[in-house]
Design a binder for this molecule. Sequence first.
Ligand SMILES: Nc1ncnc2c1ncn2[C@@H]1O[C@H](COP(=O)(O)OP(=O)(O)OP(=O)(O)O)[C@@H](O)[C@H]1O
Ligand SMILES: [Mg+2]
Length: 495
Amino acid sequence: MPMSAPRILLVDDEENIRFTLREVLRREDPTYQIDEAGDGAEALEKVRSAPYSLVLMDMRMPRMDGMAAFRAMRAIRPDLIVVFITAHGTQRTAMEALQAGAYDYFTKPFDLTEVRVVVRRAVEKVNLLQQLEDMRRTQAQRYSFDRLIGQSAAMQEIFGLIERVLDNDVTVLITGESGTGKELIATAIHNHSLRRSQSLVKVNTVAIPEALLESEMFGHERGSFTGAVSQKIGKVEAADNGTLFLDEIGDMSPPLQAKLLRVLQEREIERVGSNKPISVDIRVIAATNCDLAKMVEEGEFREDLYYRLNVLPIHVPPLRKRRDDIPVLIDHFIGQYNPRLRRTISSVSDAALQKLLNYPWPGNIRELENTVQRAMLMASGTSIEVEHLPPSVRGDQPVVTQNLAPPGGDGAEAFGELDLASLLDTEDFSQSLADRLQLLGDHLEKYLIRRALQKTSGHRQETASLLGISRKSLHNKMVRYGLFSEERDRAANGD
Ligand SMILES: Nc1ncnc2c1ncn2[C@@H]1O[C@H](COP(=O)(O)OP(=O)(O)OP(=O)(O)O)[C@@H](O)[C@H]1O
Ligand SMILES: [Mg+2]
């Protein structure tokens, strides 16, 4: 977004102070437009007559002092960012100013690094406010935010929620089925937040082997365990001053949940092999496709951690509940893949669009994206036709929904999701016997757990007993097969 350079007003009765500040700012960014005023009354006059976005102002000045000028300025321009310059030993006055809504302060005699940091932060804030203002103005015709596309009311609401968390560090919990764009939302928040110049560190604890988890998350000191040949900075520490994205939070093991809670409460970590706490300044965004509230009820997820994370919830509905996003997403993906796939697709036939609109998209936007990509590869001309769509979308093949099957299921239900043709393929043996057995076994297991859950109305202990497995093992398998999200969907659909 192009942005005009902020207009800055320097207010101090000592000319040499104004001169020093002007020099610091000019070296920081020569495009700043800088004006000066010698006291509060003159500053107020200037604020009345020109659109300043940032004021750096001394406290003690003749005619009208800093506080009085500040109050008067805020009455005319409530959005004005004001930073105070205070003499050493007058921190109390500085605190009062902060309480009254000043943005920040620095002390004189100047510590130039401090001045630079404070001014840089203030300018970032100014830019952010301007961006938000621009966005608000274009809200009516906005179909995208960062790389997120969507015109449905649900997505518009999500764009609004994202905006509300950009200029603060509120913890965000993003929930939604797989492929709905949770990670993309987390990225959008970070990219537009005040922390955007720092790192966004993504952690998916399920993907990290148990034995390495602690050191991956919190780092370790050299020699803290066999193999720790050098010091290592963990993910949480790497996110210092930036954003930590905790993916698949519902699948976190209880010990890790406890450690994470500590980090969120204390805002500090200890590397493995050290007991020296290191404080971290992080913004946390978590995501899950599980129903955490239900998991809390079931004792599968810590309640205290849930409340720490669920400060601002963003729920992303499945694509089938916001079908008006389908056409804009298709256009978006075609535009994105045309150059990459060396295609010149410019349209989708009415019949094909109808099929795409009717399909329930259990894999959500990820599945839509793959489908569009595949159709573009199949198409030889400039248009996507029905024949370029996969059989499931065309409707030639029973649609696999993630919903629980009706009672009295049969083989078709149990193995409907399985690609039986490739499992039974005796022409092409590239898929190994072990892989085939694994696939078959997984499907059988998922089917049996689902049916057992149904039989006990979801009662965990009873289900585990029925299946002859431990409760813990049932939990792990439910996570693995996405059965928690199925339950959630079922509840949401009222079946
Ligand atoms: N609103 C959207 N606009 C454009 N692309 C999207 C949108 N939502 C999702 N996508 C795309 O769909 C794919 C899946 O998105 P993402 O990885 O963010 O989903 P997720 O909810 O994190 O899924 P999972 O739970 O499986 O991790 C990505 O390629 C992403 O770019
Ligand atoms: Mg994800």
